[in-house]
Ligand binder design. Structure first.
Ligand code: CP
Ligand code: NVA
Length: 302
């Protein structure tokens, strides 16, 4: 594994190896026995979009590993004034040991990897959010013991989160059901991938069908970053695609609820369900730190 550009590039075994290391790093930190595995290394963090969790967890994670992280707002880089990503990649590769990038187009992340000579980590694109889903899978394992055989259900927009959840769940042996309205389905490339998993994958517009017997319910905002002007249209399109008590009643009584955050209460999730499952949701947020430290160690240690 040279980069983390998208989960489609990883095998199920590679995903599990990251989760195992993440568990170990979490344990070491809780017990005060962590050691600086990335001492003297630098991570550049390019942000074209806002962030709370991704920025803070990467920055503190790198610090905890003995290295440093540089916050590089795209507005302040020459990339924001049109310097090609191909050139930015080759320049930054001469200063840094790794780059985390949050941007719009997946192609920009892939180009950074193609032209640069250091590990590239995708911190969210319009296509996917692999770091978040590694943290999600880590959290599910913590609560359920295993991934294989459990059923995940995603309700809402077939967006970057849906795309990565489908790939992550299927590659690690989970069953996956997605409830999304027509016109807001996951990416065709992800659906083509999911098709190979036959009966383990379901795409429907029927929320109850998707949630039936689910062990994990997941949702995300109806309008992602960059879609703010579509918010009203989307609110109408997604009415009913919400995690609420009625949906929970169709799931496994022991079902957990995850949300990558930020959450919009009474849109994709009710405030009641959110607060009832806050323990899991904030553990999930914490696990960004541990999962991403594992990714950085895997990619940047040697
Ligand atoms: N979940 C997530 O990626 O959060 P941020 O946008 O705050 O980084
Ligand atoms: N789908 C959301 C995820 C935010 C972490 C977005 O792209 O804005």
């Amino acid at each position: 594994m040279k980069h983390l550009l998208k989960l489609l590039d990883l095998s199920g075994e590679e995903i599990v190896e990251i989760l195992n290391l993440a568990d170990q790093l979490k344990y070491e930190r809780k017990h005060g026995i962590a050691h600086p595995r990335l001492s003297g290394k630098s991570l550049g963090m390019i942000f074209q979009k806002a962030s709370t969790r991704t920025r803070v967890s990467f920055e503190t994670g790198m610090y905890q590993l003995g290295g440093q992280a540089l916050f590089l707002s795209a507005n302040d880089l020459q990339i924001g004034r049109g310097e090609p990503v191909e050139d930015t990649a080759r320049v930054l590769s001469r200063y840094l040991d790794g780059i985390m990038i949050r941007t719009f187009q997946q192609q920009e992340v892939e180009k950074l990897a193609e032209y640069g000579s250091i590990p590239i980590i995708n911190g969210l694109t319009d296509f996917c959010h692999p770091c978040q889903v590694l943290a999600d899978l880590m959290t599910i394992r913590e609560y359920k013991g295993t991934l294989s055989g459990h059923k995940m259900c995603f309700i809402g927009d077939g967006n970057n989160m849906a795309n990565s959840l489908i790939v992550g769940a299927l590659k690690t042996g989970m069953r996956m059901a997605v409830a999304a309205p027509e016109g807001y389905h996951p990416d065709p490339a992800v659906l083509a991938f999911a098709k190979e998993y036959g009966g383990r994958f379901l795409l429907t517009s029927d929320v109850s069908e998707a949630a039936a017997g689910a062990d994990v319910l997941v949702t995300d905002v109806w309008a992602s970053m960059g879609q703010e002007q579509e918010a009203a249209v989307r609110r109408a399109a997604f009415a009913g695609f919400q995690i609420n008590d009625a949906v929970l009643a169709t799931a496994n009584p022991e079902a957990m609820v995850l949300h990558c955050l930020p959450a919009h209460r009474e849109e994709e999730i009710t405030a009641k369900v959110f607060e009832a499952h806050a323990e899991e949701i904030f553990e999930e947020a914490e696990n960004r730190l541990h999962a991403q430290k594992a990714v950085m160690v895997k990619l940047m240690e040697h």
